[in-house]
Write a protein that binds this ligand. Structure first.
Ligand SMILES: Cc1cc2nc3c(=O)[nH]c(=O)nc-3n(C[C@H](O)[C@H](O)[C@H](O)COP(=O)(O)OP(=O)(O)OC[C@H]3O[C@@H](n4cnc5c(N)ncnc54)[C@H](O)[C@@H]3O)c2cc1C
Length: 401
């Protein structure tokens, strides 16, 4: 069976990783599997599962000990992301909270902000979200229109965000807004906005093609007043912060894809071994065997690249270009694997109650969010052609002087 052929993943090889993996699998079995179908109906997970994940130590694993976290490295976060995806569950937005929002607080927040937010994020007492995308801009984040106006002793936020993961359940959201000081646009900054602030409202969770248990909604800011201290980092640095952190977000999506593809392959091996046609298991046909072999190759080749990227990220050496390659390659691979797996399932694969049917719908968005795969290619190409672009810029500057 496939388990005999699996690569040993060096990034997950310590005893601590093995313990975490077991704990995570038990958590999934006890706290996610029995409820996920209901959460799909509800359009969101229960509040309770967040507390339970906090209690089990599955949230924000790289938050330093001084702020209530276990202070582990990124490979532990990666392991949880892969395990949940392998099991086929997309409802709990733990990865967004732990691997996208927490790093902004760890790296850019003031000491007071860290002390206030991080312990609550680790325990699941506070669910977080991040709002960059707006109805009129997603890929082109520089064009965002939400404003934060400096009124001396407070910021006033006006605008709208859309497609926000964990948005409906969130108690705190980091939002990107254009900063206006004394009538002047000082660029994009990041702000911490608590859900209880007057004028901050949320739309109902969207009805999506897949990921039906993950809440994704609009956020509205109508003259929302927040204290001056709620700025995250420095004025005007928001775009740079987002560009720095997007590499990790893209790695998390790549990890979900390698985990999801492995899960799909395992489910399919099981299915074709037990389903019969023409008096033999579907797995007896050479076409099936070749398809399974091709998928196993793809899963393991991508795992190996992702493992290298996890090591780079852990050592703070992962570039934006390499993270974009991982996101683009793994999400494309995942989509192809799930499509082949559905084909091997025949009609049952198209049924929602089957893992593979849900995976087919859930996975499609991975090529769109966290930066579309077209944007990933732009980033990679810019890296490849950096010298040419810099020479062109230099020539332009010389001409204008
Ligand atoms: C389920 C879900 C969850 C999400 N969660 C969050 C979240 O938590 N927080 C958040 O801020 N956002 C979130 N998003 C938003 C997501 O990141 C954006 O949808 C994504 O970045 C694309 O932006 P857009 O939808 O505005 O598409 P557009 O930018 O309008 O793009 C439309 C098409 O044009 C292409 N395109 C755009 N520019 C170029 C270019 N220069 N060259 C070539 N092609 C181009 C795109 O690749 C795409 O195919 C989420 C989205 C979804 C669907």
């Amino acid at each position: 069976m496939y388990s005999n052929l699996k690569l040993k993943r060096n990034i997950y090889s310590t005893e601590e990783h093995e313990m975490l993996q077991k704990m995570c699998q038990q958590f999934i079995e006890k706290e996610i599997t029995p409820y996920h179908a209901q959460w799909e109906e509800d359009g969101m997970v229960s509040r309770d599962v967040w507390y339970k994940a906090g209690e089990a130590g599955l949230l924000c694993l790289d938050v330093p000990e001084e702020y209530g976290g276990p202070g582990l490295d990124f490979s532990f976060c990666a392991l949880i992301t892969e395990e949940i995806s392998k099991a086929g569950y997309t409802g709990p937005g733990f990865f967004l909270h732990s691997d996208i929002v927490a790093p902004y607080i760890i790296d850019f927040a003031s000491e007071e902000q860290k002390k206030f937010w991080l312990p609550k994020m680790v325990s699941g007492e506070v669910i977080t979200a991040i709002g960059m995308t707006e109805p009129s801009c997603g890929s082109d984040l520089q064009a965002l229109k939400t404003t934060a106006v400096d009124h001396g002793d407070y910021w006033e936020i006006n605008g709208q965000k859309t497609f926000i993961t964990n948005g409906y359940m969130s108690e705190m959201c980091i939002i990107a807004a254009r900063t206006i000081i004394e009538g002047q646009d000082k660029g994009i900054s990041l702000f911490i906005v608590e859900a209880h602030r007057e004028g901050f409202s949320k739309g109902k969770p969207f009805k999506k093609v897949g990921m039906k248990a993950q809440d994704t909604c609009e956020l509205f800011f109508d003259n929302v007043k927040i204290p001056k201290d709620n700025i995250l980092g420095e004025v005007g640095k928001g775009f740079i912060y987002m560009m720095q952190k997007l590499a990790r977000e893209r790695m998390s999506v790549a990890l979900m894809s390698v985990g999801g593809a492995e899960g799909a392959l395992e489910q399919t091996i099981e299915y074709v071994s037990t389903r019969y046609a023409f008096k033999q298991p579907i797995a007896g046909f050479q076409n099936t065997q070749f398809k399974l072999a091709e998928m196993a190759i793809q899963v393991q080749v991508h795992q190996t690249f992702v493992d290298r990227c996890v090591e780079l990220l852990t050592n703070k050496e992962l570039t934006a270009e390499t993270a974009s390659m991982a996101k683009s390659a793994c999400t494309d691979m995942h989509q192809k694997v799930v499509d082949e797996c559905m084909q091997l399932h025949g009609g049952y694969g198209y049924m929602w109650e089957y893992y593979i049917g849900r995976a087919y719908a859930d996975n499609r968005v991975a090529r769109i969010y966290a930066g579309t795969n077209e944007i990933m290619k732009l980033i990679i190409a810019r890296g490849l052609l950096r010298e040419l672009f810099e020479a062109q810029k230099q020539r332009k500057m010389e001409k204008t002087h």
